[in-house]
Write a protein that binds this ligand. Structure first.
Ligand SMILES: N[C@@H](CCC(=O)N[C@@H](CS)C(=O)NCC(=O)O)C(=O)O
Length: 308
């Protein structure tokens, strides 16, 4: 197996989730730091246009979106603690809800509270990703108390789903617990009222602490240029083929564009369809900096369209 290269920046909560996953599964990895806002000239050649953080590279295979990255790490590891087979559906459904509903509320609270202190170009960029096209600073500020109430209600139900020991779905801590931990880490570190707010949820605080105690960060730094050269010198290990699905008019080799289903400013990812199954879509992509690579995305949450 090629070494795992994480393209990320340290403040990113989604990247923190993957750092915790790598730590819990005892993978060592290489760290490439990327800019917090575009342009990302040393990332985009690798990802066919995907701009979010993090991205996991394994040779010439490029995994985008953390749900997909975690499934890929699970496939590479013999360690089934992360997603035990018997709880797989429940864990992936729960973590998808955390990344959507719960993360979005937390991001609203943090970004709205940071207005006036964070650089305006950062707020502008993130609002375009998370709040759709019709947001205004006054609208977000007016909604803040109600958004905090919603976030609190969701965290309350997670807290009630936990007890004084073990994880949310399993006795041994799993990916579900890592998802709880990264949200708590985000709220605690980036919102001035976060530490006091989290005191209402003692079971969540316990999970946050236990997950951080059980994971060790084992990485070394790599330049982005070296990561692109590794992609260039590697061959993808991705399978080929499109599993036939009802009403699926997609075929291998066709040009497709892939975009988040939500109203966001994300650019489309474009390439030749190489592989499609129930949960993952993979495209062939070529750029001078990286040669031939395969970019993998999840299907849930993304709209795949044939394009000319
Ligand atoms: N659904 C994506 C969301 C990732 C995401 O929104 N990441 C944030 C950073 S925490 C991001 O990309 N922000 C914009 C950027 O880094 O350019 C995932 O699970 O990976």
């Amino acid at each position: 197996m090629s070494e795992l290269i994480l393209h990320h920046y340290w403040q990113s909560p989604f990247a923190h989730k993957i750092r915790l996953v790598l730590g819990l599964t005892d993978f060592s990895w290489r760290s490439v730091e990327i800019p917090r806002i575009p342009p990302k000239p040393l990332l985009i050649p690798l990802t066919a246009g995907y701009r979010r953080t993090p991205v996991l590279q394994c040779g010439a295979d490029v995994f985008c979106d953390t749900q997909n990255i975690v499934v890929a790490i699970g496939e590479l590891s013999d360690d089934h603690r992360l997603i035990p087979e018997s709880e797989r559906g429940k864990i992936l459904t729960f973590t998808d809800w955390i990344d959507g509903t719960v993360f979005n509320l937390a991001a609203r609270v943090i970004l709205t509270s940071a207005m006036g202190t964070a650089p305006p170009e950062f707020i502008q960029d993130r609002a375009g990703l998370y709040f759709g096209s019709n947001w205004t600073p006054d609208g977000l500020k007016g909604e803040l108390p109600g958004v905090i109430l919603q976030l609190s209600a969701h965290l309350k139900s997670i807290d009630q789903g936990l007890s004084g020991s073990g994880g949310f779905m399993t006795e041994v801590l799993s990916y579900a617990d890592i998802s709880i931990a990264y949200i708590a880490w985000f709220i605690r570190g980036r919102w001035e009222h976060g530490p006091i707010f989290l005191k209402q949820f003692p079971n969540i605080e316990r999970i946050e602490q236990e997950i951080h105690e059980q994971t060790t960060e084992c990485y070394d730094n790599l330049t982005a240029e070296a990561a692109l050269a590794i992609a260039h010198d590697s061959l993808s290990r991705s399978p080929n083929g499109v599993q036939s699905q009802i009403e699926c008019s997609m075929h291998e080799g066709m040009r497709v564009s892939i975009k988040p289903q939500a109203d966001t400013s994300d650019p489309s990812v474009i390439g030749q369809l190489r592989y499609l199954d129930d949960i993952r879509v993979s495209i062939d992509h070529n750029a001078p900096e990286v040669g031939d690579v395969v970019v993998h995305l999840p299907i849930a949450g993304y709209q795949i369209q044939p394009c000319d």
